[in-house]
Design a binder for this molecule. Structure first.
Ligand SMILES: [Zn+2]
Length: 318
């Protein structure tokens, strides 16, 4: 039975899995968290080690790769990673193809995860869907009529950088008031730390969760769930920004469904309610779009990588 190797370069973790062509269960899967500051080359070496372990001497027939950053799909090059240095212009697909003597195909993680959810997860049964991941960043992937819509420069779906407040704070992309600037885990945590500096007495629970879980989105979510009003304010501001982005995006494309994944979506009922309410209020009344949680959690990019490898195999046989 032909084997497929699926690899996911996430912002903070690497995952590799092996599966039979046409199968729906992993034969092997491994994940590791990466050290902050580890350059792209180090990540690549770690991923090779993971892949060798899951392959356990077996040879893949095709490889699907999900990359956590902008990808030039037509040329199959990494553009960059916004979180890991040293990925600029890396021909990741050629490197994998040479190392494992098998054809490989790569796309950015949001597109790949969209494909994964579409085929195996919460997007099953619809033809047009928007997948959005809200975690280290906010990324989106469009499936239109059953295929990933990449646009002219493989940049489509960047919902994280829809501006929802032009007078808002600066985003890493250089613009002000993007969805990602309010809704992503690291930015919510950054805002939380800033607010705590100004009003140390305001967020006692938040202070404690940041000590315990580090200055990330999880600390903000947990503090909000524990009743910290400062954390709740920051979390709901992020949810509102995301809802505005989703509503505007829906008006443009009219998807059947919006699937939300990523760690921040685990922030509880009030987060979801604010996202849904704001999106609904932003959408035209004629639209009917359900906003649902992802079905594959953080495995969506890995399953999407399987779909891409299968597409490679189909191409070979047609
Ligand atoms: Zn931005």
């Amino acid at each position: 039975m032909a084997k497929i190797l699926a690899c996911d370069f996430g912002g903070t973790k690497l995952t590799a899995g092996i599966i039979d062509l046409g199968g729906n269960q992993w034969l092997g899967k491994e994940r590791i968290c990466t050290q902050r500051g580890l350059p792209g080359e180090g990540e690549l070496r770690l991923m090779f080690a993971l892949a060798e372990r899951v392959l356990a001497g077996r040879k893949p027939a095709a490889i699907g790769i999900s990359f956590g950053g902008p990808v030039d799909y037509d040329r199959q090059l990494v553009r960059r990673s916004d979180h890991v240095p040293g990925w600029e212009g890396v021909p990741l697909v050629d490197i994998f193809a040479e190392r494992f003597s098998a054809p490989a195909l790569m796309d950015n993680d949001a597109n790949v995860a969209a494909l994964g959810e579409y085929v195996y997860g919460a997007g099953r049964g619809c033809r047009t869907l928007l997948y959005v991941t809200v975690s280290t960043g906010v990324g989106g992937g469009w499936i239109m009529n059953g295929e990933v819509w990449r646009g002219a420069r493989s940049m489509a779906g960047e919902i994280g950088h829809i501006v929802v407040d032009p007078a808002g704070p600066r985003c890493l992309c250089g613009k002000n008031g993007c969805v990602e600037r309010f809704a992503s885990g690291p930015y919510m945590a950054q805002d939380a730390v800033e607010e705590l500096k100004k009003h140390p007495e305001a967020g006692e629970i938040l202070q404690r969760t940041i000590c315990e879980y580090g200055a990330g989105g999880e600390a903000v979510s947990r503090a909000a769930a524990d009743g910290d009003s400062l954390a709740q304010e920051i979390l709901l501001r992020g949810a509102r920004a995301l809802g505005l982005g989703l509503g505007n995006a829906a008006n443009l494309i009219d998807p059947e469904r919006i699937v939300l994944g990523g760690g921040v979506t685990g922030s509880g009922a009030s987060w979801w309610e604010m996202v849904r309410q704001t999106a609904q209020a932003t959408m035209l009344a004629d639209l009917q779009v359900s906003i649902v949680p992802a079905g594959l959690a953080d495995e969506a990019p890995l399953w999407g990588a399987v779909v891409m490898a299968q597409q490679l195999m189909d191409r070979k046989h047609s």
